[in-house]
Design a protein around this ligand. Structure first.
Ligand code: CA
Length: 164
């Protein structure tokens, strides 16, 4: 991350901490879960989801793996830049995600086991920055991206979905 981005990330943590303290006594009507990311319809490829806050809270962004795989951004097949993407609450997705999930496909979905999902620190699916990937037709979920090494909180800028 650039120095400015690091500074902004630190500020976001402080703001979230204050907000968390203010609402610590509130009880959510329904506990948030990674399973809020949609499971597949019949013959669906499964989904990739990002949440604005840790523990699958705040706004959610979601896209089918098939849709992402068919995308084309920055000259890269299957690359999806998060510039201009919004969560369900309208907030910007780029550099703000604090939890993520990948939902598996239906057993009968062709090629489901061959999916590879990459998350990138930089836009344009640029492998020169940090990236992290998940392979195969499984469920993956991280409730707090700050627990990863390196810290992935408020970092995801692009996503690449390929088959191998
Ligand atoms: Ca966040």
């Amino acid at each position: 991350m650039s120095r400015i981005r690091k500074a902004l990330a630190g500020l976001a943590v402080i703001i979230m901490t204050v907000a968390g303290a203010a609402f610590a006594g509130a009880t959510p009507a329904q506990a948030a879960s990674w399973t809020d990311c949609p499971s597949s319809d019949s013959n669906s490829s499964g989904y990739v989801c990002l949440w604005e806050n840790a523990n699958y809270t705040g706004g959610r962004w979601q896209a089918a793996k098939l849709t992402l795989e068919g995308g084309f951004s920055a000259g890269v097949d299957g690359c999806y830049n998060l510039d201009g993407s919004s969560y369900t609450n309208g907030h910007a997705v780029r550099d703000t995600a604090s939890s993520w999930a990948i939902r598996n496909a239906q057993d009968n979905y062709p090629g489901a086991w061959n999916y590879k999902v990459y998350f990138f620190e930089w836009v344009n699916c640029n492998f020169n920055g940090n990236y992290r990937f998940y392979t195969g037709n499984n469920n993956y979920a991280v409730s707090d991206l700050s627990t990863l090494t390196p810290n992935w909180d408020n970092t995801v800028a692009s996503i690449l979905v390929t088959k191998f």
